[in-house]
Design a protein around this ligand. Structure first.
Ligand SMILES: C[C@](O)(C(=O)O)[C@H](CC(=O)O)C(=O)O
Ligand SMILES: [Mg+2]
Length: 332
């Protein structure tokens, strides 16, 4: 309850150990803290916090409009909900090298286990779109060196992303990756590689852990976890997948409701109240301090319902008080 009990230090150590294990760490994107909890429960290795999702959630395109404060605050809320390590997308580091340095401090303070910085120019855009541009190598090395020197926890993972594959080609992208690793990047995110042969070429040339981005509707072929592991990749992110699944379901559901005048036909597809409360660990809160949090869990609706006394339904003193307030509210 009240978020994860695993410390940020322990999560970072686990992330480091995972990167050294030779296994592929699977990190789906969480569009909310609650989704991070589901990712953990289902047995994934980590949580990705996507800039594209963070922007989309604010109904904004992914063109560098979000701020350091917005990104680290949402990233921290997501990281805090899970015992898994979380990797944060910090775009270009929000400005000059000094801003990248401050970003590292903020991400550490927010409890993240690592972050990635990319070599795009500002304003950045989705790495799978045409028309993006990259800064020169020296400028990116400045961002990386600033980030490395600002880090306080040596286990906090600094990942450098290169967008050069789609701009300058595969070989310049590999050369950049090598230079970024030499400047202190712990991991390389090779953006928008086309297929197995390109992933293979990166692996052959770069000595540090590598991250693969399996985003849908993009430029990369969707490779399975088994394939990526056999190619020697260390991390795979599915950055926007949970948002796309959810938004697909929300749109279809809203259309059905609009057409049918009721949500009744959708109920079987919904997460039940009971399942939601289980994910939230509702019963632990009820037990924590019964004097303050007077919840009564009931078996209503096939065991999938719990009722809060504050709603006025338990008949306890707290419930009666809440009921009284409701009545007064109604009279006014
Ligand atoms: C990984 C990424 O940076 C993100 O913000 O999630 C995006 C994902 C996407 O837009 O599909 C990117 O690849 O640029
Ligand atoms: Mg991004």
């Amino acid at each position: 309850m009240l978020g994860s009990t695993t410390s940020a230090t322990d999560k970072r150590a686990a992330f480091r150990a995972g990167l050294a294990s030779g296994r592929l760490l699977r990190m789906p994107g969480a569009f909310s803290p609650l989704v991070a909890r589901l990712i953990e429960e289902i047995g994934f290795d980590g949580v990705y916090v996507s800039g594209a999702v963070l922007s989309a959630d604010l109904a904004l395109p992914d063109i560098g409009l979000t701020t350091l404060t917005e990104v680290t605050s949402r990233g921290g809320a997501i990281a805090g909900a899970t015992g898994l390590p979380s990797l944060l997308d910090t775009d270009t580091g929000f400005g000059e090298p000094l801003n990248a340095a401050r970003t590292v401090r903020a991400a550490e303070d927010a409890g993240l286990s690592g972050m990635h910085l990319e070599d795009q120019v500002n304003p950045k855009r989705c790495g799978h779109l045409d028309g993006k541009a990259v800064v020169d190598v020296q400028t990116m090395l400045g961002r990386i060196r600033a980030a490395v020197s600002a880090r306080r926890d040596p286990d906090f993972v600094l990942c450098a992303r290169t967008d050069a594959r789609g701009v300058e080609g595969l070989t310049p992208a590999i050369d950049r990756a090598k230079a970024y690793a030499d400047a202190g990047a712990d991991m390389i995110f090779a953006e928008a590689l086309a297929d197995e042969s390109e992933f293979e070429a990166f692996r052959a040339a770069v000595d540090v852990p590598l991250l693969a981005n399996m985003t849908e509707f993009g430029k990369s072929k969707l490779l399975s976890a088994a394939t990526l592991e056999s190619l020697g990749f260390n991390v795979v992110i599915y950055p926007v997948t949970t948002l796309r699944i959810a938004m697909g379901a929300v749109e279809a559901g809203l259309r059905t409701m609009a057409a049918e005048g009721t949500q009744e036909s959708l109920v079987p597809q919904m997460q039940t109240r009971g399942r939601l409360y289980e994910l939230l660990d509702y019963s632990a809160y009820a037990q924590f301090d019964t004097a303050i949090y007077d919840f009564s869990l009931t078996a209503a609706q096939g065991g999938s319902s719990a009722t809060a006394a504050q709603g006025g339904s338990s008949g306890t003193a707290a419930g009666d008080d809440a009921g009284g307030r409701d009545e007064e509210g109604a009279q006014r």
